[in-house]
Ligand binder design. Structure first.
Ligand code: 4NP
Length: 172
Protein backbone atom coordinates (compact mmCIF):
# COMPACT_ATOMS: atom_id res chain seq x y z
CA UNK A 1 0.00 0.00 0.00
CA UNK A 2 1.35 3.46 -0.88
CA UNK A 3 0.82 6.85 0.81
CA UNK A 4 -1.94 7.55 -1.70
CA UNK A 5 -3.82 4.46 -0.62
CA UNK A 6 -3.33 2.73 -3.96
CA UNK A 7 -3.50 -1.05 -3.89
CA UNK A 8 -0.13 -2.68 -4.62
CA UNK A 9 -1.47 -4.52 -7.64
CA UNK A 10 -2.57 -1.23 -9.22
CA UNK A 11 1.05 -0.09 -9.48
CA UNK A 12 2.99 -0.29 -12.74
CA UNK A 13 4.93 -3.53 -13.23
CA UNK A 14 7.60 -3.59 -10.54
CA UNK A 15 10.03 -5.44 -12.75
CA UNK A 16 10.95 -5.48 -16.42
CA UNK A 17 13.05 -8.10 -18.21
CA UNK A 18 14.49 -7.37 -21.67
CA UNK A 19 15.18 -10.45 -23.77
CA UNK A 20 17.17 -11.01 -26.96
CA UNK A 21 19.05 -14.00 -28.36
CA UNK A 22 22.56 -13.71 -26.93
CA UNK A 23 22.09 -11.10 -24.15
CA UNK A 24 25.23 -9.36 -25.38
CA UNK A 25 24.03 -6.84 -28.02
CA UNK A 26 20.44 -5.58 -27.80
CA UNK A 27 19.05 -6.44 -24.38
CA UNK A 28 22.08 -5.17 -22.40
CA UNK A 29 21.65 -1.84 -24.21
CA UNK A 30 17.92 -1.88 -23.45
CA UNK A 31 18.61 -2.64 -19.79
CA UNK A 32 21.12 0.21 -19.49
CA UNK A 33 19.03 2.77 -21.37
CA UNK A 34 15.81 1.92 -19.53
CA UNK A 35 17.50 1.94 -16.11
CA UNK A 36 19.05 5.35 -16.77
CA UNK A 37 15.69 6.80 -17.85
CA UNK A 38 14.00 5.34 -14.78
CA UNK A 39 16.67 6.85 -12.54
CA UNK A 40 16.16 10.23 -14.20
CA UNK A 41 12.45 10.13 -13.42
CA UNK A 42 12.92 8.93 -9.85
CA UNK A 43 11.45 5.47 -10.49
CA UNK A 44 14.82 3.73 -10.40
CA UNK A 45 14.44 2.31 -6.93
CA UNK A 46 10.91 1.07 -7.50
CA UNK A 47 11.31 -0.94 -10.66
CA UNK A 48 13.76 -3.83 -10.99
CA UNK A 49 15.36 -4.07 -14.44
CA UNK A 50 17.28 -7.00 -15.90
CA UNK A 51 18.06 -8.64 -19.24
CA UNK A 52 18.59 -12.19 -20.47
CA UNK A 53 19.02 -14.23 -23.63
CA UNK A 54 17.06 -17.15 -25.02
CA UNK A 55 20.40 -18.66 -26.12
CA UNK A 56 23.28 -19.76 -23.89
CA UNK A 57 26.36 -19.14 -26.08
CA UNK A 58 27.57 -16.08 -24.20
CA UNK A 59 26.50 -16.84 -20.63
CA UNK A 60 28.80 -15.10 -18.13
CA UNK A 61 30.29 -12.87 -20.84
CA UNK A 62 30.38 -9.10 -21.05
CA UNK A 63 28.29 -7.25 -23.64
CA UNK A 64 29.64 -7.16 -27.20
CA UNK A 65 32.33 -4.46 -27.48
CA UNK A 66 30.25 -2.71 -30.15
CA UNK A 67 27.34 -2.39 -27.69
CA UNK A 68 29.69 -1.17 -24.96
CA UNK A 69 31.15 1.44 -27.35
CA UNK A 70 27.76 2.56 -28.63
CA UNK A 71 26.49 2.99 -25.07
CA UNK A 72 29.67 4.86 -24.10
CA UNK A 73 29.16 7.31 -26.98
CA UNK A 74 25.84 8.13 -25.31
CA UNK A 75 27.40 8.48 -21.86
CA UNK A 76 26.19 5.09 -20.67
CA UNK A 77 28.39 2.42 -19.08
CA UNK A 78 27.09 -1.14 -19.63
CA UNK A 79 30.48 -2.89 -19.42
CA UNK A 80 29.75 -4.45 -16.02
CA UNK A 81 26.75 -6.44 -17.24
CA UNK A 82 27.10 -10.21 -17.65
CA UNK A 83 25.03 -12.36 -19.99
CA UNK A 84 22.63 -14.94 -18.63
CA UNK A 85 20.03 -17.22 -20.11
CA UNK A 86 16.30 -16.86 -19.44
CA UNK A 87 15.33 -18.96 -16.39
CA UNK A 88 11.98 -20.58 -15.64
CA UNK A 89 11.76 -18.39 -12.52
CA UNK A 90 11.82 -15.27 -14.72
CA UNK A 91 8.27 -16.09 -15.83
CA UNK A 92 7.12 -15.84 -12.21
CA UNK A 93 9.34 -12.97 -11.12
CA UNK A 94 8.96 -10.34 -13.85
CA UNK A 95 5.84 -8.23 -14.33
CA UNK A 96 6.78 -7.35 -17.88
CA UNK A 97 8.95 -9.39 -20.26
CA UNK A 98 9.88 -7.57 -23.46
CA UNK A 99 11.39 -9.43 -26.40
CA UNK A 100 13.54 -7.63 -28.94
CA UNK A 101 12.10 -9.52 -31.91
CA UNK A 102 9.31 -11.89 -32.87
CA UNK A 103 11.58 -14.90 -32.91
CA UNK A 104 12.60 -14.41 -29.28
CA UNK A 105 9.03 -13.45 -28.33
CA UNK A 106 7.79 -16.73 -29.82
CA UNK A 107 10.53 -18.69 -28.01
CA UNK A 108 9.42 -17.10 -24.74
CA UNK A 109 5.73 -17.75 -25.41
CA UNK A 110 6.44 -21.41 -26.18
CA UNK A 111 8.38 -21.83 -22.97
CA UNK A 112 6.29 -19.75 -20.56
CA UNK A 113 3.53 -21.15 -18.37
CA UNK A 114 0.05 -20.03 -19.45
CA UNK A 115 -0.15 -17.72 -16.43
CA UNK A 116 2.81 -15.65 -17.69
CA UNK A 117 1.94 -15.33 -21.38
CA UNK A 118 0.07 -12.01 -21.05
CA UNK A 119 3.24 -10.45 -19.58
CA UNK A 120 5.32 -11.25 -22.67
CA UNK A 121 5.37 -8.64 -25.44
CA UNK A 122 7.35 -7.39 -28.40
CA UNK A 123 9.38 -4.38 -27.21
CA UNK A 124 8.48 -1.97 -30.06
CA UNK A 125 4.84 -2.99 -30.04
CA UNK A 126 4.42 -2.56 -26.30
CA UNK A 127 6.33 0.71 -26.07
CA UNK A 128 5.42 2.52 -29.31
CA UNK A 129 2.57 0.51 -30.80
CA UNK A 130 4.77 -0.41 -33.78
CA UNK A 131 4.76 -4.06 -34.80
CA UNK A 132 8.50 -4.14 -35.54
CA UNK A 133 11.56 -6.10 -34.48
CA UNK A 134 14.69 -4.51 -33.03
CA UNK A 135 17.02 -6.05 -35.63
CA UNK A 136 19.86 -8.32 -34.53
CA UNK A 137 23.05 -6.29 -35.17
CA UNK A 138 25.51 -9.10 -34.30
CA UNK A 139 26.58 -10.09 -37.82
CA UNK A 140 26.14 -6.68 -39.41
CA UNK A 141 28.25 -3.55 -39.74
CA UNK A 142 28.95 -1.34 -36.75
CA UNK A 143 26.36 1.29 -37.59
CA UNK A 144 23.63 -1.29 -36.92
CA UNK A 145 24.36 -0.78 -33.26
CA UNK A 146 23.65 2.94 -33.44
CA UNK A 147 20.32 2.26 -35.16
CA UNK A 148 19.47 -0.29 -32.45
CA UNK A 149 20.42 2.24 -29.77
CA UNK A 150 18.04 4.83 -31.24
CA UNK A 151 15.14 2.37 -31.41
CA UNK A 152 15.75 1.30 -27.81
CA UNK A 153 16.02 4.90 -26.60
CA UNK A 154 12.76 5.88 -28.32
CA UNK A 155 10.87 2.83 -27.09
CA UNK A 156 12.26 3.07 -23.57
CA UNK A 157 11.35 6.78 -23.34
CA UNK A 158 7.78 5.98 -24.33
CA UNK A 159 7.65 3.13 -21.83
CA UNK A 160 8.96 5.27 -18.98
CA UNK A 161 6.52 8.07 -19.88
CA UNK A 162 3.68 5.58 -19.65
CA UNK A 163 4.90 4.37 -16.27
CA UNK A 164 5.19 7.93 -14.96
CA UNK A 165 1.75 8.87 -16.33
CA UNK A 166 0.30 5.72 -14.79
CA UNK A 167 1.71 6.64 -11.43
CA UNK A 168 0.46 10.23 -11.72
CA UNK A 169 -3.07 9.09 -12.44
CA UNK A 170 -2.88 6.59 -9.61
CA UNK A 171 -1.70 9.15 -7.09
CA UNK A 172 -3.73 12.07 -8.55
P1 4NP B 1 21.78 -10.22 -29.28
O1 4NP B 1 22.75 -10.49 -30.52
O2 4NP B 1 20.70 -11.28 -29.34
O3 4NP B 1 21.25 -8.85 -29.52
O4 4NP B 1 22.64 -10.33 -28.03
C1 4NP B 1 23.34 -11.73 -30.77
C2 4NP B 1 24.48 -12.10 -30.09
C3 4NP B 1 25.08 -13.31 -30.35
C4 4NP B 1 24.53 -14.15 -31.30
C5 4NP B 1 23.38 -13.78 -31.98
C6 4NP B 1 22.79 -12.58 -31.71
N1 4NP B 1 25.16 -15.39 -31.60
O5 4NP B 1 24.69 -16.09 -32.51
O6 4NP B 1 26.15 -15.75 -30.94
Amino acid sequence: MTDSGVEPNAKPPASVLFVCLGNICRSPLAEGIFRRLLNETGLGKEIHVDSAGTGAWHVGGAPDTRSIETAARHGLDIAGQRARKVRDADFENFGLILAMDRSNRDTLLARAPASARNRIHLFMEHSLGISADVPDPYYGAGDGFEAVYRMLEEGSSALVEKLVAGRRSLSG
